[in-house]
Design a protein around this ligand. Structure first.
Ligand SMILES: C[S@@+](CC[C@H](N)C(=O)[O-])C[C@H]1O[C@@H](n2cnc3c(N)ncnc32)[C@H](O)[C@@H]1O
Length: 202
């Protein structure tokens, strides 16, 4: 999966690359997300990280595809903002340290296989300081049997989270609010959701 992502970034522009995502822009613009130490989990070409840096956040951004990080560094330099970029694997972090007041994941967790999701949670949850916000955007629909068969042979993990998965997976650590989403879409993908989670103070 890592090699596939890396080749995609190296020789092309993956279809998800684009400006900072709508829900992130809205939450920052309305002041719900305030400047703090932030981390972009699976940052791709870095557009969300650069947006946050432009708005006063102290940003770390991580992706396991070196070609994505190279492009992200070039974009940040062009934008004239400082972002600390790391090539690192969210299922076994080596380079990221400390805690953050904001975690952002646009389309990374949903891609992972079930064992990799468990490893991601072990690595990522400790990055959230008490009271931290975690903006998680994911494809969300129940896979049909034929879709499950196809994802089983593709070099992806799962592609989508079933409805209820975020709540059952993150509820031990976060208060969870579903802030946007669509389901039952015609065509493919068939749904998505955005969650704003708040790390519980244990
Ligand atoms: C669908 S893309 C989304 C990229 C970016 N968040 C955006 O909104 O444009 C998923 C990203 O997660 C990265 N990724 C997937 N699994 C990862 C892992 N285990 N560790 C770090 N990055 C990972 C991929 O390289 C890819 O850049």
């Amino acid at each position: 999966m890592k090699a596939m992502y890396n080749l995609w970034y190296r020789y092309g522009t993956p279809p998800w690359v684009g400006p900072a995502r709508t829900s992130l822009v809205e939450l920052v613009s309305e002041g719900t997300l305030k400047p703090c130490r932030a981390i972009d989990l699976g940052c791709g070409e870095g557009d969300n990280a650069i947006f946050l840096a432009r708005h006063g956040f102290d940003v770390t951004a991580v992706d396991f595809a070196p070609a994505a990080i190279s492009k992200a560094k070039a974009k940040a330099a062009q934008a004239g903002v400082a972002v600390e970029f790391f090539v690192d694997d969210l299922t076994g972090l080596q380079h990221v340290a400390g805690q953050f007041g904001l975690l952002v994941d646009y389309g990374t967790f949903d891609d992972l296989s079930e064992p990799h999701r468990a490893a991601y949670i072990r690595n990522v949850v400790p990055l959230a300081e008490p009271g931290a916000k975690f903006l998680l955007w994911a494809f969300e629909w129940q896979l049909r049997p034929w879709e499950r068969a196809v994802t089983g042979v593709l070099p992806f993990g799962n592609i989508t989270l079933p409805p209820g998965y975020v709540e059952s997976t993150f509820a031990d650590h976060f208060d969870i609010q579903r802030i946007a989403g669509q389901s039952g879409l015609r065509g493919w993908p068939r749904g998505w959701a955005a969650y704003l989670m708040t790390r519980r103070i244990d």
